[in-house]
Design a protein around this ligand. Structure first.
Ligand SMILES: C[S@@+](CC[C@H](N)C(=O)[O-])C[C@H]1O[C@@H](n2cnc3c(N)ncnc32)[C@H](O)[C@@H]1O
Length: 335
């Protein structure tokens, strides 16, 4: 019989032996529920965590990137290797996602510093501001899929007139002065056409149930000559992207993976960031993770086929320690 997930707390700074005993005791109370392998909207089969970690190249890449993820959360060198091992051990278990999400979240909460997490998320937002600001034009901006609005707040300070929109209202939005528009996960945005000078889709499209409809709505609400700024997590990254731009060692390691493995490691870290670090026990407020990735070239073709002109393409690389996926920025202009 299943016990309730809230019945347990992962031991604080558990010794490895204690952790394994704890894991065994938890697993024996759970039904084994193998993860269902989903297929993305773009037709890619997404491997389960167990399958991802069974691939030696993926396991090696995930382990070293997870070290960097935990170091960004100020996990001490002393407990870091044990924590990496514990998270990977839990990820390998054939149990349902909710268990893994809560257990990993508890491990992170108990072993990482919350102020370091806050600083790392703030650092991510400043980094995104720096990436976007050369391309943001004067006027009104819509942050479409704003999340906790950290990025929007900085852009609002930078030039004002930012409106927020998302399928879920993060509690921190109440502490901002910006207008928030609640969206349905499908269908049109309740905003007039041609209103915004800039529309941001910052790591949103791969989370949308119907990414092309979402992009279409972003285009509709942009003014003629308005800009749609898209940051996306991609796989199948053309090696030229890596050679034209200086890359960090982690990006070089990512570029060395096969296309299939790039997709697999993306799904691992997308889930870790959005469901374990940002954790919600309430199913309706969990971030949607349909793993709708494309290659940079595919996105380029899609964006152009929707009538936009691409003014700039910027490979950002693996630029966010807490969201270690390969990011690219498209600056697209509506005719
Ligand atoms: C990874 S978060 C990014 C949040 C924010 N843009 C940032 O970069 O900090 C993805 C966001 O996309 C939102 N989202 C998912 N599907 C959406 C949709 N169909 N329309 C608008 N937002 C959506 C999620 O609720 C979540 O807040």
């Amino acid at each position: 019989m299943n016990s309730k997930i809230s019945d347990f707390v992962v031991p604080n700074r558990a010794s490895e032996k204690g952790f394994m005993t704890f894991l065994d005791s938890q697993l024996s109370t759970y039904d084994s529920i193998p993860q269902v392998c989903p297929v993305s909207t773009f037709g890619c089969a997404i491997p389960s965590r167990q399958e991802v970690l069974a691939r030696p190249q993926c396991a090696e890449y995930i382990s070293s990137t997870l070290n960097r993820f935990l170091a960004a959360l100020d996990v001490s060198d002393e407990i870091l290797p044990g924590l990496v091992k514990q998270i990977l051990e839990m990820a390998k278990q054939e149990i349902d996602d909710s268990w893994y999400e809560e257990a990993t979240h508890n491990l992170l909460r108990n072993n990482a510093s919350s102020s370091a997490q806050d600083m790392a998320l703030e650092d991510r937002s400043y980094r995104i501001l720096k990436q976007l600001s050369p391309y943001i034009v004067k006027g009104e901006t819509l942050d479409y899929g704003c999340g906790d609005a950290r990025v929007a707040k900085l852009i609002n300070n930078f030039q004002g007139c930012v409106t927020l929109a998302d399928v879920y209202q993060h509690p921190s939005i109440n502490r901002t002065e910006m207008e928030f528009v609640m969206l349905a996960s499908e269908g049109s945005v309740p905003l007039p056409s041609a209103r915004f000078d800039n529309v941001l889709l910052c790591t949103v499209l791969h989370h949308a149930e119907r990414p092309l409809e979402t992009l279409n709505e972003a285009i509709r609400v942009a003014k003629p000559n308005g800009r749609i700024l898209i940051i996306e997590s991609v796989y199948g990254v053309d090696l030229n992207v890596g050679t034209e731009t200086p890359q960090s060692p982690v990006a070089t390691a990512f570029l060395g993976l096969s296309e299939e493995d790039q997709l697999a490691v993306n799904s691992f870290f997308d889930h870790l960031y959005n469901r374990c670090l940002y954790y919600s026990s309430e199913p309706t407020t969990k971030v949607n993770v349909p793993y709708n990735y494309k290659s940079p070239r595919d996105w380029q073709e899609t964006i152009e086929s929707m009538g936009l002109r691409i003014e700039a393409f910027v490979p950002l690389g693996i630029d966010q320690p807490l969201g270690p996926l390969f990011h690219v920025l498209y600056v697209a202009v509506k005719p």
